[in-house]
Write a protein that binds this ligand. Structure first.
Ligand code: MV4
Length: 493
């Protein structure tokens, strides 16, 4: 593979290009009109504009991207995450054009894209799954029977859904008729497929996912788990590896199940197997994501493996260069997602210009981002502007390093989720490790961030006191406000 095109934008496009360059591979960026000055466009060896800002006129134009790739002699396409990454039709067309899709086969994407097909495939192995229906269900009486059999509350899920889209909870049997009808019509509208199924509702679960890697020679390994329970409306906020609750035995069992799920669909490349873990540490397979995930860096930090390089090597037909026994967990990694959202105003997107943008740094601090100071955040895409990742010997050391790194991250011009993340990772429920997917709902109110402003106010008051004190001895009186910046620099450290 000599030349790869990255069918994506922002931080992930940049991150993929860095690994490709280290492997001596020429990189090609495709970009929309609003992204023309983005770092990933400058960083690529070659860059091509593929259309206006809206994704369906640029980053989702699979055929136009393949046509361009053929014209400029590209031999591999990396789809990143989102956009075309889990589009089996795109993967098929890339292959048909004689270009390598850096990802799994169209068939694997298709099987795992259907939650019912995924569970059916997984049933070939002894993989724990939540009790429920094995097939799509549209008959009300049958649904009522299943609901009483598995026990209320139940969830109605769309087979074509995933990531929480198209889920409906039923707590009382009288609600089932209405919720079934709603779930089916929503699934039909959102995915063009009205198939729904029923599962027992697991209350207060943790969301733990396992990274897998498979080559084309039948070797499959897992790279341990990521704990992703800290989320808000299915948007992950904090991720960590390893999970604070898994015992070595449970880790090995979930790892084996994840490898079996990958085997069940003849998986190739990097993939993620999602599980729910209940309060008694029972685990259940939910779904498999057939792409590189946003939170992959925490796995890279604790294993020392560059997942993008491994994806490319596997796509070139190489054997994995390590076995399961070679893989060891080294220390603890945390990731927070920096969104251009206002946590004190219902997380509304806060777009605008990055007036100040100063990154944290130091040993064990990694920033994966795709913007520079002075740039505008486009409204057309995901509001995630950066990922801040830290690696330290222990979980508490990682929390301390992350807290410091957040303090050292200076962003002005837009509101971000940085203060929210700082609050989250220092909550007793987080530091103790005793939390579930309801963490944000349970503990977060906008007021908890007020003290972050209060802290600033305290510093200001302290500075004022010091200035008055020094002013007594000064030959000239100090003008407090105009001098505040200099005083802050002098006294804050
Ligand atoms: C569940 C569940 C409880 N019981 N399934 C949401 C995302 C999608 N992958 C599956 N999800 C869930 N499935 C059963 N049988 C609770 C969730 C869930 C959830 C899962 C992971 C992370 C955050 C979540 C937030 C709400 C609900």
């Amino acid at each position: 593979m000599q030349k790869i095109l990255i069918a994506n934008r922002g931080e992930i496009a940049l991150r993929i290009m860095k690994s490709a360059k280290e492997m001596g591979i020429t990189t090609v960026a495709v970009y929309s009109e609003v992204d023309r000055n983005a770092p990933f466009v400058q960083y690529a060896d070659e860059s091509y504009c593929i259309g206006p800002a809206p994704s369906n006129q640029s980053y989702l134009r699979g055929e136009a991207i393949i046509e361009l790739a053929l014209k400029i002699g590209v031999d591999g396409i990396h789809p990143g995450y989102g956009f075309l990454s889990e589009n089996a039709d795109f993967a098929r067309k890339v292959k048909a054009a004689g270009i390598t899709f850096i990802g799994p086969s169209p068939e694997s994407i298709e099987v795992m894209g259907s939650k019912l097909a995924a569970k059916a495939a997984a049933r070939k192995y002894q993989i724990p799954m939540v009790p429920g229906t094995e097939d799509a269900i549209d008959d009300l009486e049958q649904a009522q029977r299943v609901a009483l059999e598995v026990g209320l509350p139940i969830l109605i899920k769309a087979s074509a859904g995933g990531g929480g889209k198209g889920m409906r909870i039923v707590e009382k049997i009288e609600e089932i008729e209405e919720q079934m009808a709603r779930a089916i019509s929503e699934a039909q509208n959102a995915f063009g497929d009205g198939s729904v199924f029923i599962e027992r509702y697991v209350a207060g679960p943790r969301h733990i996912e396992v990274q897998v890697l498979a080559d084309t020679h039948g070797n499959i390994v897992h790279l341990f788990e990521r704990e992703c329970s800290i989320q808000r409306r299915h948007q992950k906020v904090v991720e960590e590896a390893p999970s604070a609750v898994l015992t070595p035995e449970l880790r090995a069992a979930m790892g084996k199940s994840a490898v079996d799920v990958a085997r069940s669909c003849d998986y190739i490349g990097a993939g993620t197997v999602e599980f729910l873990v209940d309060e008694n540490r029972n685990y259940f397979f939910l779904e498999m994501n057939t792409r590189l995930q946003v939170e992959h860096p925490v796995t890279e930090m604790i294993t020392g493996i560059d997942l993008v390089k491994e994806q490319i090597k596997v796509a070139r037909g190489e054997r994995l260069s390590f076995t399961q026994e070679d893989l060891k967990i080294n220390g603890h990694a945390l990731e927070i997602r920096v969104y251009a959202e206002d946590p004190q105003n219902n997380f509304l997107p806060d777009i605008g210009t990055l007036k100040t943008y100063i990154r944290p740094s130091g040993p064990g601090v990694r920033v994966d981002d795709g913007f520079e100071e002075g740039m505008e955040i486009p409204i057309y895409y995901d509001p995630m502007i950066a990922k801040l990742i830290v690696h330290a010997p222990t979980r508490q050391a990682a929390i301390d390093k992350m807290t410091r790194a957040i303090q050292d991250y200076h962003i002005t011009g837009i509101k971000t989720t940085l203060p929210f993340c700082s609050w989250a990772i220092n909550q007793p429920a987080f530091t103790s490790g005793d939390f579930d997917t309801h963490f944000v709902k349970k503990y977060y109110t906008p007021e908890v961030l007020d003290h972050f402003d209060e802290e600033e106010a305290q510093i200001a008051a302290m500075l004022a006191a010091m200035m008055i004190e020094e002013g007594k001895n000064a030959k000239q009186p100090i003008a407090p406000l105009s001098n505040l910046g200099a005083w802050k620099r002098r006294y804050k450290n």
